[in-house]
Design a protein around this ligand. Structure first.
Ligand SMILES: [Zn+2]
Ligand SMILES: [Zn+2]
Length: 382
C-alpha cells in the first residue's frame, strides 16, 4: 500500500509538495467513469426537501450554512454547524399582532432577527396580519470586496466570502382563491440542517461510497488500482471496519443493500426506474414531483434528524431506492443489532414453537436469520 503524509489532517501521499490537504477526490476521480463520479458528487449534496418554498438551497454541498427552524432550536446543538446557521421564524411565531413582537423575544439575545434569524412569509394572510416592522429590510447577500475591504458587492449566490443582511424573506404562493401573484423575494438562506456534514466528513462519506462502488458486483474497477483510496480509508479506520459486514453494507466482500441484503450490481447505480411501477410507493413524500429515480441511491443506516449529525462515514451505504422508501424515517437494523437485544419473535406451527427472528426494543422492526425483514408501518389503535 502507498504511504500517506504523517499529518493527521492530510490525505496526500508522503513527501507531497505544497500544503496539507484533507479532501482529495482524485483518489477515485482520476479513473472512475463520469456517471460514477457524478453519483458520488450528488451524494455530497443536499437533496431538495420542501426546497425553494422554505428558503432552502438545493444541489449544494452539505458543508454549507444551515437553516434551523425556530421550533427545532431546543433540539439542535448549534456547535455542530461549522459552516454557520440561521434561525427561521414564521410571522406567527415572532409577532402576536401587527407590529407587536412576542415578548419572549424582547430580552432574548439568542434569537435576533436580522442578526442570526429571519422571518419567512409564506402566505398573504400572514403578510397582512403580521407585516414586517417598518425598519426591516428584505434579506440580501453581499460579497467581500478586496478593494474596499468591505462586504459591499450585492450578490444572488452564496458562494465565496459573503455575509447575509436583512430581516425577512418572501416565499408567498398564490393560494387558490385569491388572484394575487406569487412573491418570491430574497435569496435562499441555507440548507436543510439534518443533511449537514462538514467538508472533511462529507469527503470521507464520499470516499466510502467510492469504495463501495468499486466493490459492487460486475464492477468495472479493480481494487488494486485504488491504493491511495485504500490508504485514505485505512488512515480513518474505514477500510476494514467490522461495521460494513455487520450492517450488510458489504456482505462476503460485495456491496449489498442493508435493508434487503441483496447484492448491488454496478449497472443498478445509474439505471433509472419509474416509481409508477412500484406498488405502494405512490405516497412516498420524498418522491413528490419526481416519479423517477436511479435504482440504487445513497442509503443512511440511521435517519437524518435535527438532534445529531448522522451523515457520517460509518452510516452511509448504497441501497435500493425502493428499500429506502420502504424504510422511510426509520433506522435500518441489521440481524446482529436485533439478535443482541435477545428479544425473540416466536411462532407456533402444529404445536411446534420456532424462533421466527429478533426484534428491536421498540418492537417495530423484525428480522429472521435468512435476512427477511418486517417493519411496522402503522400503529394499531389503543
Ligand atoms: Zn500533508
Ligand atoms: Zn434493497
Amino acid at each position: 500500500m502507498v504511504t500517506l503524509c504523517n499529518d493527521p489532517n492530510c490525505n496526500l501521499l508522503a513527501n507531497h509538495k505544497g500544503n496539507h490537504q484533507f479532501v482529495y477526490k482524485k483518489a477515485w476521480e482520476t479513473s472512475f467513469n463520469a456517471d460514477d463520479i457524478n453519483k458520488i458528487q450528488k451524494a455530497g449534496y443536499c437533496t431538495p426537501r420542501g426546497g425553494a418554498k422554505g428558503g432552502y438551497q438545493n444541489h449544494v454541498n452539505r458543508n454549507s450554512k444551515v437553516i434551523i427552524p425556530y421550533e427545532k432550536l431546543a433540539e439542535v446543538n448549534l456547535d455542530n454547524y461549522k459552516d454557520g446557521y440561521v434561525i427561521r421564524l414564521f410571522p406567527t411565531q415572532y409577532f402576536v399582532s401587527k407590529h407587536v413582537v412576542n415578548e419572549i423575544f424582547q430580552n432574548d439575545t439568542s434569537v435576533i432577527i436580522g442578526k442570526n434569524a429571519f422571518v419567512l412569509y409564506r402566505t398573504y394572510e400572514d403578510f397582512e396580519n403580521f407585516p414586517p416592522l417598518p425598519c426591516w429590510q428584505l434579506r440580501s447577500i453581499f460579497k467581500y470586496n478586496k478593494e474596499t475591504g468591505k462586504y459591499d458587492i450585492p450578490s444572488n449566490d452564496r458562494r465565496g466570502d459573503i455575509i447575509d443582511c436583512g430581516h425577512y424573506l418572501l416565499r408567498i404562493s398564490n393560494s387558490g382563491t385569491n388572484k394575487k401573484q406569487n412573491k418570491f423575494e430574497g435569496p435562499a438562506q441555507g440548507i436543510f440542517a439534518p443533511e449537514y456534514a462538514d467538508a472533511n466528513t462529507n469527503f470521507l462519506c464520499q470516499a466510502v461510497l467510492a469504495w463501495l462502488i468499486i466493490k459492487t458486483a460486475d464492477s468495472p474497477y479493480d481494487e488494486s488500482d485504488y491504493e491511495h483510496l485504500q490508504a485514505i480509508l485505512d488512515k480513518h479506520n474505514l477500510l476494514d471496519s467490522p461495521h460494513y459486514e455487520n450492517n450488510y453494507i458489504i456482505h462476503n466482500g460485495k456491496t449489498t443493500c442493508p435493508l434487503c441484503q441483496k447484492i448491488i450490481l454496478h449497472s443498478e447505480l445509474n439505471e433509472m426506474i419509474s416509481f409508477d411501477d412500484e406498488e405502494g410507493l405512490e405516497n412516498s413524500t420524498d418522491q413528490v414531483g419526481s416519479t423517477r429515480s436511479t435504482k440504487v441511491n445513497l442509503f443512511h443506516m440511521v435517519p437524518l434528524c435535527y438532534s445529531s449529525l448522522e451523515n457520517i462515514p460509518t452510516q452511509v451505504a448504497w441501497g435500493h431506492a425502493t428499500c429506502n422508501t420502504r424504510l422511510g424515517q426509520r433506522r435500518c437494523y441489521s440481524f446482529n443489532d436485533l439478535q443482541s437485544t435477545e428479544i425473540e419473535i416466536e411462532i407456533t406451527q402444529r404445536q411446534e414453537k420456532r424462533v421466527l427472528g429478533y426484534t428491536n426494543i421498540a418492537q417495530n422492526f423484525i428480522r429472521s436469520q435468512n435476512g427477511d425483514v418486517w417493519i411496522r408501518i402503522a400503529k394499531g389503535g389503543e
